[in-house]
Design a protein around this ligand. Structure first.
Ligand SMILES: Nc1ncnc2c1ncn2[C@@H]1O[C@H](COP(=O)(O)OP(=O)(O)OP(=O)(O)O)[C@@H](O)[C@H]1O
Length: 393
């Protein structure tokens, strides 16, 4: 089956892939046996987490689709943790997609293969269906804008000015919608990217995928993304309301409008596109908040700064009603009998950060996953599988 998959992956024949996988998904649960990765280094964890703490069994159980979003401060190991989780899901028989919504992608680096291009790319070396997708915000935004001819921007303004409705156009400007589409604020790229992901995940063709792992952008971006559905909903709602007012105010000018059919077409297209985006955002918000199918896993490192940021992230996620159950503390120093001064200091620092977590009202209730600091870089599927076995238990 694995060999067949690899061959099919190369042809990217997804409909055939779907047919084969209908029988495949029914066999989920027993991990697929792969050649063991021989670590060129020794790994000993500092603190041995209780066996049931991570609860990977719970994460892997069932064939209904689940979404895991991994996020946290820049550089803490989000990509490595997301990629290793995706590899582990796949090796347990789940057809899996790992998606990067971070504009500064590092999935290709993590898997040590070219996954760029904004399309699903089969991950080589996985013994089960594992695909990666690096969302290209630029491409997604272009697609969104195509056909709109500067929607909401100067096109609409000129049109309204031409109709003697400059006052309304000024109101429109106040909504900053034109700006929103012409020079998107941080986060909009991601929202559009996520709506692109929705197209993937809602499409019949990709029904076979039972685990979707998101490698998200650093905290600030992600928070904007998570609050964006509401923000856009409000902005688009206002915009549409205004357009409706405009429509009734201009009904007397119908004959003029008839002559302006082409422009009206553009305006209607804008309406459709905004409506579509609004609906997608609403579905994204529902998906983010559905605790049966979605979980946001916070990744941090044992430093006071990272822990404090994680606490703020957890508070913001709570505000957005995003389910969070687990906290990964990555890069914990392994124990040593002959600590150098530097290591001893570092270890003390790490313990202090772990203490803060244990006493933090936002973080102490989360399941703690302690991931060791490895002495080589984790790159490529065998290394990710090795990391996955240490972290996701
Ligand atoms: N437990 C670990 N042990 C050793 N190295 C690690 C560990 N976790 C991550 N790294 C290394 O740290 C670096 C950053 O990791 P990664 O790219 O996963 O972080 P990130 O949070 O996704 O970064 P960014 O915010 O820039 O996207 C990489 O070189 C990775 O190999």
């Amino acid at each position: 089956m694995a060999a067949l998959f690899r061959r099919m992956s190369k042809t990217q024949n997804f409909s055939l892939l779907c047919r084969i996988n209908r029988s495949f998904t029914s066999s989920i649960s027993a991990p697929i046996q792969t050649k063991p990765f021989r670590a060129p280094f020794q790994v000993r964890s500092v603190v041995t987490p209780a066996d049931d703490v991570v609860g990977f069994d719970e994460m892997v159980a069932g064939t209904q689709r689940k979404y895991y979003m991994l996020g946290g401060k820049g550089g803490v190991g989000k990509t490595s943790c997301a990629a290793s989780l995706a590899v582990k899901f796949a090796s347990h028989g789940h057809p899996t997609i790992v998606v990067s919504t971070d504009p500064a992608h590092s999935l290709s680096d993590s898997f040590a293969q070219d996954l760029t291009g904004g399309r699903l790319v089969p991950v080589e070396g996985a013994d089960s269906p594992l695909f990666a997708l690096e969302i290209s915000p630029e491409k997604a935004r272009e697609e969104f804008r195509s056909g709109n001819q500067k929607p909401g921007g100067s096109g609409v303004k000129n049109f309204m000015d031409g109709m003697g409705l400059g006052m309304l156009s000024n109101q429109l400007e106040e909504l900053k919608l034109g700006e929103l589409l012409d020079t998107p604020p941080p986060g909009l790229d991601e929202a559009i990217a996520i709506s692109k992901v929705m197209e993937f995940v809602e499409s019949q063709e990709y029904n076979i995928f039972t685990r979707i792992v998101f490698d998200t952008a650093p905290t600030g971006h992600t928070l904007r993304l998570l609050s964006l559905p509401d923000f856009l909903d409000a902005s688009i709602g206002k915009m549409m309301k205004l357009k409706r007012k405009l429509a009734s105010a201009t009904s007397a000018l119908k004959s003029v409008f008839r002559k302006e059919e082409a422009r009206q077409d553009t305006s209607e297209k804008l309406d459709d596109k905004l409506g579509e985006l609004r609906e997608k955002m609403a579905r994204v918000r529902d998906l983010f908040q559905d605790s049966d199918s979605t979980e946001f896993v916070i990744v941090t490192i044992p430093t006071v700064m990272a822990v404090n940021e994680s606490a703020r992230l957890r508070a913001s996620l709570r505000k957005e009603s995003i389910p969070v159950r687990r906290l990964i503390v990555n890069q914990i120093l392994p124990p040593s009998t002959s600590d150098c001064k530097f290591c001893a200091m570092k270890r003390k620092d790490q313990r202090r950060a772990l203490d803060i977590i244990q006493n933090d009202p936002e973080l102490s209730s989360l399941r703690l996953i302690q991931a060791p600091l490895f002495d080589v870089e984790i790159r490529g599927v065998p290394a990710l599988k090795f990391m996955g076995d240490k972290v996701w238990r």
